[in-house]
Design a protein around this ligand. Sequence first.
Ligand code: GMT
Length: 375
Amino acid sequence: MKIGITCYPTYGGSGAVATELGLALAERGHEVHFVSYDQPFRLSSFHERVFFHEVEMEDYPLFEHPPYALALAVSLHDTALKHDLDLVHMHYAIPHAASAYLARQMLGEERSLRIVTTLHGTDITLVGLHPSFHAITRFTILQSDGLTAVSEYLKAQTVRDFSVSPQRIEVIPNFVDTQVWRPGREPCHRLSLAPGGEKIVMHISNFRSVKRVEDVVAAFAGIRERVPARLVMVGDGPDRPRARLRAEELGIIDDVMFLGKHQSVDELLSCADLFVLPSENESFGLAALEAMACGTPVVATRAGGLLEVVEDGVTGRLLDVGDVAGMAAAGSELLLDEELHARVSTAARATAEARYSAQAVVPMYEAYYQRVLAA
Ligand code: GMT
């Protein structure tokens, strides 16, 4: 197949999954064309059958907000024509599904172009609900020939809030490359992260309010009272100053490292002893899956799709949103009880391999594309 893929190219789960999917499809013999305003962050080296088309936009003083959705539609249209695409796969509905719809309309009778849209999270649970986006989000996802959601939770939200028939949505979970995300990666940074042999507690996110990064710090403070430990915060975003302030208020700033955005998150995760994800909501929680694949037990919240990814008491622990005392207790128990830690770590890795590996999930997308093309 010849497949176009559009995603947000910057740090974020939807862009990561879209890029890994494109690379895996190319390895399986498909031709893949990424169309976006920048090269996706996980697409750094050369790969056979993988192409990148940068969306070009004219800067004009009148445009306080350049109309990216239109420029993307033109790029998708051009790429579909020049490279004879069979379908385009849009990751995150806003505005990508609208751009794909426009591109298909522009192609008219010239040639057919199928559209698959994958719903990732706040395109449905937050941004898409806003009155300025709701109608166009509903219209354009319904215009897609195929519609997937990354969890049963997200599917249910879409059915409820956008009146989409459940039969229209296929659940295909996110996945990880389990060769890359695995325990025992070298080089191991344990010595620089925890020079005194402390346990390493890690959090990775874009530090938006939905991630509740202050809860990470508060839970860590409770862990540190019971276990010698260091907190490693990876990523950046609007709530980073608040997290730092909280660490200062709690008197633990010397044991907290803010690493900022990082390319080699897999290397860092594989030397973590515990991963904390106290989000208000997650449609899936890719970072939790990445941690599980690295054999790092997860302490997360009973929120949205996290209940599908993390099995409480088996592959990690789930607590109520805001229950930092519970997270501290669960995290300390995992760090203090070596046998428990080993059991959870092994189960987490096994689940990632069995249910969420590229080998398990990429064929689901291939089969879905075939169904969409045949319909
Ligand atoms: O929806 C977002 O907030 C952005 C998006 C992203 O690009 O990272 O995150 C969502 O998609 C990820 C990949 O499918 C999921 O792992 C995240 O849980 C989801 N975020 C939320 O639902 C808040």
